[in-house]
Design a protein around this ligand. Structure first.
Ligand SMILES: *Cc1c(COP(=O)(O)O)cnc(C)c1O
Length: 482
């Protein structure tokens, strides 16, 4: 009876779409909701024509900047093109009309998709098991760190320190702090990679784990990863990989093979779900064998041809999210992976790396590169030259790029590069687009020399001109009249 009620809630319009709704007799609304919750009169909604609604949203979408408009070189964010087929599949009624409380017998397709996606991600990263629950990369980090905490607690150990490399994304120390750890920073060396001597000096009996991003945020592969893994494990600590940069590794190498115990994926980056503006994301977590018992519940299990949600996990860290994760993002990632297949995924990473190195080679004549090339999927330039010689800061260069019709790169991150301009072109940009983008940045470098005020007062062509960002973040006025 319960499932019938749940289906019946959607009887307006959606009936007949999916599952076995046709067999279910309609029930009066009063039998589902207490009468005090039912409307007495229709809601007063504004009367607008379809034409007005469409124009309103098209106008908003034109004011906005998005990857469907032009290249989005935001380093570390992997703003690749999001194939529209991903939206088509996640909008299929069998997926989009589901209710999270439906019984598992009626959601076998969704469970199968989640099970298979977890299996594919497991294989891609070479881990023992994957949980799809976390809602974003940072949430995946928190989940992974809680798994590490549980692992040590189960062994009676009270390790309270977490090592984080100084080029790490800010979410790494934030997640570690949220899980109650003391954060110890590990230095990078002159090459921009983890300094092994510094790491050795900080590995003591209190260290629960080392968090590492590979390739790191300046786009460099940690060549000594196997040595690092041995050092960390010999110390009884675990190794966590921030996998936000998996776009550089698909089909080429795997975190599990490098010795990582935990990795989080950013499905909204590597696996092409639209993101930005805060959500929705998905940050599944892959773990090595010894952490499997602690994975969040529910775990999706396959029993013959049947899929089910298992809560029978006495050692689990518990739930990390209500229900089962951001399901629509999971459907998009599944579609993307199935569409490309293993060879296609490898091509993604190869082309991402080629694009980054090609673009870098075009920019080197005008911008400084603090750490040596070649890079993986992204690189980090410094605007020091422009600042010292012409008083033009990286912020100004980023703002001026908007006038050239591009989104700005990531700036002032990672903190180890002064006046940082961190650029990730992704594999989905053509050579022509990369050439035009490079020419824009080279042109801005010439402007910085000849007419620095133009760069300093940019942008001039955007709906909103230069903001007083400090004031804007303190006096948030979201009702701006454009
Ligand atoms: C994006 C990113 C994160 C955080 O992921 P969210 O999904 O934004 O929470 C962590 N680390 C790195 C290197 C990233 O690029």
């Amino acid at each position: 009876m319960k499932e019938k009620l749940i289906f019946d809630l959607s009887r307006k319009g959606r009936k007949g779409y999916s599952l076995s709704t046709n067999d279910i007799p309609e029930l009066p609304l009063e039998s589902i909701l207490p009468s005090k919750f039912l409307r007495k009169a229709p809601a007063e909604l504004p009367e607008v024509s379809e034409n007005e609604v469409v124009r309103h949203f098209v106008r908003l979408s034109n004011l906005n900047y998005h990857v469907d408009k032009n290249m989005y070189p935001l380093g570390s964010c992997t703003m690749k093109y999001n194939p529209k087929i991903n939206d088509y599949t996640c909008d299929l009624p069998g997926f989009s009309s589901l209710h999270p409380l439906q019984p598992a017998e009626t959601t076998q397709g969704a469970l199968q998709l989640m099970y298979e996606l977890a299996e594919m991600l497991r294989e891609i990263a070479g881990m023992a098991a994957v949980s799809l629950q976390p809602a974003a990369g940072a949430h995946g980090e928190l989940t992974g760190i809680l798994l590490i905490k549980k692992y040590h607690e189960a062994r009676g150990s009270k390790r309270h320190k977490l090592l984080v490399v100084d080029s790490a994304h800010g979410t790494n120390p934030a997640s570690a702090a949220l899980a109650g750890y003391e954060i110890i920073s590990v230095k990078g060396n002159a090459e921009g990679r983890t300094d092994l001597d510094d790491l050795r000096s900080k590995l003591d009996g209190d260290v629960a784990a080392l968090m590492l991003t590979n390739p790191n945020t300046i786009g460099l592969f940690e060549k000594e990863i196997q040595t690092i893994s041995t050092m960390v494990h010999n110390n009884g600590s675990l190794l966590y990989m921030d996998g936000a940069n998996m776009n550089a590794l698909l089909g080429i190498t795997r975190p599990g093979d490098m010795g990582f115990d935990v990795v989080h994926y950013n499905l909204h980056k590597t696996f092409a779900a639209p993101h930005g503006g805060g959500g929705p994301g998905s940050g599944p977590v892959g773990v090595s064998e010894q952490l499997v018992p602690y994975l969040p519940v529910p775990v999706i299990e396959k029993d013959g041809d049947t899929y089910k949600l298992s809560y029978n996990r006495p050692e689990s860290i518990g739930r990390m999210m209500n229900f089962y994760g951001n399901f629509a993002v999971l459907v998009r990632a599944y579609t993307y992976i199935r569409m490309l297949g293993p060879d296609g995924l490898r091509r993604v990473s190869e082309n991402a790396i080629i694009n980054a190195n090609y673009l870098l080679s075009l920019l080197l004549e005008s911008y400084d590169l603090p750490y040596p090339k070649p890079v993986m999927h992204e690189f980090c330039l410094s605007g020091d030259r422009q600042k010292k010689a012409h008083g033009v800061r990286t912020l100004d260069i980023a703002k001026r790029l908007l006038d050239y019709g591009f989104h700005a790169p990531t700036i002032y991150f990672p903190l180890i590069v002064s006046e940082a301009l961190m650029i990730e072109p992704t594999e989905t940009e053509s050579k022509e687009t990369l050439d035009i983008f490079a020419e824009a940045l080279l042109s801005i470098a010439r402007e910085a020399e000849a007419e620095p005020d133009t760069v300093r007062s940019a942008p001039m062509t955007t709906p909103v001109k230069r903001l007083d960002e400090a004031a804007a973040s303190r006096q948030l006025n979201i009702c701006c009249s454009i």
